[in-house]
Design a binder for this molecule. Sequence first.
Ligand code: CA
Ligand code: CA
Length: 444
Amino acid sequence: MKRFWKKGFVWILVFLVVASAVAVVRAATITETEWENAITDPGIELIAGTNATLNVTILTSSGDPFALSSYTNADQLEVTAKFIDEYGNALDMDGDGTADIYTLTNTSTPGLWTGIITLGNVTPGEYTLKIEALAKNSTTNTIVDNATMQLSVWIAGGPYWVSVADIKDGDTVEIGSLSFTIRGLSELGAILDLGNLSTKTITDDDRDGIFSWQYDVTGDGANDWIVFTKSDDDSDRYIMMVYSSDANLLDNFNLESDFEVRESDGRVKFTNKVFKDLNNYKAYVVWDESFWAKFGIKAVDYYIIPLKGREHWTEGWGNVERTDIKVIKRVTYLGGLFGSEEEVYSGNIFNKNVNIDDLITVFGKWTGNAARISSGVWEIRKGLGDITIPNSYSLKERDLKALSVSSEDWRGFNPITKPSGRGFFKPNLDWKSILGLEDDEESS
Ligand SMILES: [Ca+2]
Ligand SMILES: [Ca+2]
């Protein structure tokens, strides 16, 4: 929410700048910005250590392309970009101690200016980029025309990125050779207990709600970023993000060892179950093991199904956008002679305690991403979560394909291989679509 408002605020700022520019008699306008070598969906995101190209279209106050030929009273044009602090001062973005101002040059298209935005290993987070165009008269030493624009830009700490939801005091995190236990996590910062009486304290010095630690977690000699931030929703939960330039990050992240925990209410929690690993999607059948189910009298089974396709697994602008699943409830009587099926959940699970019938909880716990710079998006390669079920149920892990052809995962009949149903039980859901089988047919 906070970021939304910040983003909204920046847009209001942009609007005010544009509106005030219109009110002044002579003022140019920046009409369009376009990025190359950057993440552009769902917002502008630059990656530390990567050179992005910024293209800007500018019009003069009289609506002509921002070029010397458009002016009779100007002999000098200047277009610059800089990341600014809250006072409007340019920031040092490559760590050499000097503030950085990027110069844009005119392309062969009049009014289209271009420049390279280079970034060192700056702290990941939200930044404001100010673009400024000036037309000057060097004889009178005056500015005869000008335009400015401010953009909110997220700077990612590297092209590989892991997001972990609901990180809290007492959690132990293992990444590569690094292991730490989190203590005293609050808005002020956190203390990381590294073991052997050694601790690392990280604080939110600039009070932007994000605090981070630069450390080589992958052991390749290049520093990575461990970032903590409060989640965007009202849950008060914290998200931990780790950014790296090392692809091994996604494999080094040791949250994958799955284990079972008996909860205080008697239910069993299965942690770090894989929903997505590249193109391999895994469904979970929550199988009724009750007395009535075993004797085929009445069973209530649930199917937790990750949705296939990039549009269901998206991340960007410093947070997880979507990790989508569907949960189908299938009730059968007399071994499937009678029955019904119903979609009981459809949507995002990341950092969400999805409650199904007060029986099952699904929580999207972590994602592992890689930047696909050429297409301007992040790709969620891995998505894992926790599933909590009653002790009168068992959990079966199935590939979507295997589930669609198996007989042992369905009471009575498999609704994909037998869409006409059996007895008085006629399936009414589009199982092929739910399991993403149509996509397979199209692509094969
Ligand atoms: Ca610098
Ligand atoms: Ca590293």
